[in-house]
Design a protein around this ligand. Structure first.
Ligand code: ATP
Ligand code: MG
Length: 696
């Protein structure tokens, strides 16, 4: 029954008479233009020839079919997976995204019976990948590594699944997972999926309080954790954090009977671990005793797979719920096409499984494709800033997917074939550096725009299919209809900028916010009736500073993410995306990184406040401050000139690589007493350094 994923282009071709779709017209027309003039970066002919989607025409053909006939398109894709029973052919999906017509509801492949763990593991083992490495593990310290083949992974997952069943975890039960990037983290996710339990991974950098909130919210059957983890040179006692969280949760009436604890002996011996007899159980004492075979719990495509809280960059985290079938089909397909995945690839995504990127593109997407991927426990700068490139070299990584704020040192690695970027807009200067230096001007960059809510990539290059523009996420994935609307919710055509919404559903869409369907509708579907509202701004014009003028620039249809709508700054009535000002600053040769926020201003309404990190060794000076401001004036206009440049030795970033602008806003406006939850920061010291430099 098991088969490797087929090529989409072996599907039926699009219905004849399909209407025109405005994307990419200029690319097709403009192929003769010199790349420098048009600022288009073309994939090499060799690359394109071997790519899954080798040309804009091929993309358009597939894309048009996916929009005109979503049911047919996605049925063909979904048929490549194993289904115990198929969905009804006349009912591939049903949706209502319009609050005026009733409750928002999205379903894909309902009635189809499957299991995502079976599709990740058993199916691949049966098709001959049993001895292929599924996961390489690279530890925090240089000497520590490990690997699991697909067969070994299946055995380990089955043992844990048997244990979970044995202690009474049933289909639909929630399981909280508070683990660092050990192999046991994907193992746990897959074991839950195997028995139909709903995992909720909490990033193991969250505080006891944040963990308690999530435990209280989803009332899990058990908590799975480890005693400690090493992060760089530091040992972090995770079990103590869990203990504190469990005290807090029991005070509100949610008490947990079982805490399964993996002994991470490389970080801490079990003797040193605080213990509560009766509740706490060592993983190593029980799991290896269970059989390595475990029957799969077959579930409906619409049964929940996992619950994941958003990263909370903007406010209170939202419990995003994903279901099984659509998510499976969507993550596997986006992985394959956006990274042009081939069986010979070695894939590394630096994201932690505590974030959606780690769910979709460390665990599920790659394993569904039978890929070999790397799970990295450590930090990119430990023991030194060359660590990432050493890992790339050690495993001969061909596809490297990371956050644009994590690019640390200047090396290129010959094995690389494709680079990926996620989490923040990548500004053109960073794009060029990533492309020229890391990728040796050879590797296409997949700048993937998506969200926890979308399950998988939404706007992304298909490397090989079309030329890229540094800083643009380019075009929508199959089945995705991004639209840009104005304040009134009216769609704007052609060159424009506004609020990014999505029309219609796609298989990977989230189905609700856990326990709060009303908040789901209010947050995402009420702001612009009839559409899913992303919260992000987008412009479909070649307006960013580094783009040269070109005759096609207003027609190209490339998409530029301008940041969260909340981050748009309104200076005397001019709406400016933080991303735009940041790219202008970073284009200055002495500026390494910049983050821009708005502060209240008596006359202008809001003023621009910029935090700037200089390239290493560059001293602060008044002259430099002025030349940075001048760079913005020249590239965008006088109205966008920052009122304040705040020198920043480093910027506050989450471990997923996102700049926490809400903290920067507080510092900029002098509200130092109320910085909010800073527990997910990669380096909390940065905040103190910034405060110390407030008056410089
Ligand atoms: P919260 O919703 O709790 O504030 P969050 O939005 O940071 O948290 P995620 O779902 O992890 O949580 O991040 C999605 C957001 O990240 C997008 O809405 C967008 O703002 C940003 N983003 C992700 N990828 C890109 C990209 N390639 N280009 C630009 N922005 C991106
Ligand atoms: Mg968000």
């Amino acid at each position: 029954a098991a088969q490797p994923l087929r090529h989409v282009d072996s599907m039926a071709t699009m219905p004849s008479g399909a209407g025109k779709i405005p994307y990419l017209n200029a690319v097709i027309l403009g192929e003769a233009l010199a790349s420098e003039e048009n600022d288009l970066v073309y994939p090499s002919d060799d690359f394109s020839r071997q790519a899954h989607v080798p040309s804009p025409q091929k993309y358009l053909e597939l894309y048009e079919r996916s929009i005109k006939d979503p049911g047919g398109f996605w049925s063909d894709v979904a048929s490549q997976f194993y289904w115990k029973h198929k969905w009804a052919p006349d009912h591939v999906y049903s949706e209502n995204l319009d609050v005026r017509k009733g409750p928002v509801q999205i379903e894909w492949f309902k009635g189809g019976i499957t299991n995502i763990c079976y599709n990740c593991l058993d199916r691949n083992v049966e098709s001959g990948l049993g001895d292929t490495v599924a996961l390489y593990w690279e530890g925090n310290d240089l000497a520590n590594d490990a690997s699991l083949t697909y067969s070994q992974l299946l055995h380990r997952v089955s043992q844990l699944a048997n244990y979970l069943k044995d202690i009474g975890v049933r289909k639909g039960d929630a399981v909280i997972v508070y683990l660092p990037m050990l192999l046991e983290l994907p193992i746990t996710m897959l074991a839950c999926a195997r028995i139909g339990a709903v995992h909720s991974v909490v990033f193991a950098g969250f505080s006891a309080e944040s963990l308690a909130q999530r435990i209280i919210d989803c009332k899990p059957k058990l908590v799975i954790t480890c005693n400690a983890v090493k992060r760089g040179p530091k040992v972090i006692p995770l079990k103590d954090i869990v203990d504190a969280a469990l005290v807090q949760s029991s005070q509100t009436g949610v008490s947990i009977d079982t805490c399964l604890v993996y002994e991470n002996a490389l970080a801490m011996k079990r003797e040193k671990t605080n213990w509560q007899d009766g509740r706490d159980i060592w993983w190593q004492d029980v799991i290896p005793k269970y059989p390595t075979k475990c029957e799969v719990e077959w579930v409906d495509a619409e049964d929940p797979l996992f619950l994941l809280y958003t990263s909370g960059s903007t406010g209170k985290p939202k419990g995003v719920l994903h279901t099984t079938g659509g998510y499976m089909v969507y993550t596997a397909t986006t992985f394959k096409y956006a990274f042009d995945y081939k069986p010979s690839d070695i894939y590394w995504c630096t994201a932690d499984c505590g974030w959606i990127t780690g769910h979709s593109y460390v665990t599920y997407g790659p394993l569904l494709n039978g890929a070999t991927c790397i799970v990295f426990e450590g930090a990119p700068n430990y023991p030194d800033s060359g660590r990432c490139w050493d890992i790339v070299d050690k495993y001969k990584v061909t596809i490297f997917y990371t956050a644009p704020t994590l690019y640390v040192t200047r090396y290129s690695r010959k094995s690389l074939r494709i680079l990926g970027s996620v989490g923040e807009p990548i500004n053109p200067s960073a794009w060029r550096w990533f492309y020229n230096v890391v990728g040796d001007s050879r590797c296409p960059i997949s700048d993937t725009w998506w969200q926890t809510e979308t399950g998988g990539f939404m706007i992304t290059p298909l490397p090989g299919a079309w030329p890229q523009k540094p800083g643009s996420a380019t075009f929508p994935f199959f089945g995705v209809q991004p639209v840009i609307v104005d304040e009134k919710g009216v769609e704007i055509e052609g060159e424009c900028s506004g609020y990014l919404c999505v029309k219609g559903s796609w298989p990977g869409a989230f189905r609700t916010l856990y326990g709060d369907h009303e908040r789901y509708e209010t947050t995402y579907f009420k702001p612009f009736a009839g559409y899913y509202f992303t919260g992000d701004g987008c412009s479909r014009q070649a307006k960013l500073a580094n783009l040269h003028k070109s005759m096609f620039r207003d027609k190209d249809g490339y998409h530029w993410l301008t940041g969260r709508v909340d981050d748009v700054i309104n200076v005397s009535g001019h709406r400016i995306g933080t991303a735009e000002v940041e790219s202008a600053l970073v284009s200055h040769p002495k500026c390494a990184e910049a983050a821009v926020v708005g502060v209240e201003h008596e006359v202008k309404g809001q003023a621009i406040y910029a935090f700037v990190t200089l390239v290493e060794g560059e001293p602060y000076s008044e002259e430099l401050r002025n030349s940075l401001i001048l760079a913005v004036r020249k590239q965008i206009g006088a109205f966008a000139a920052p009122d304040r440049i705040h020198w920043a030795p480093g910027l506050p970033k989450t471990r997923s690589g996102k700049i926490m602008r809400r903290i920067l806003r507080k510092i900029a406006s002098g509200q130092l007493g109320d910085l909010g939850d800073t527990s997910t920061l990669a380096d909390p010291n940065v905040v103190q350094q910034l405060i110390a430099l407030s008056n410089c």
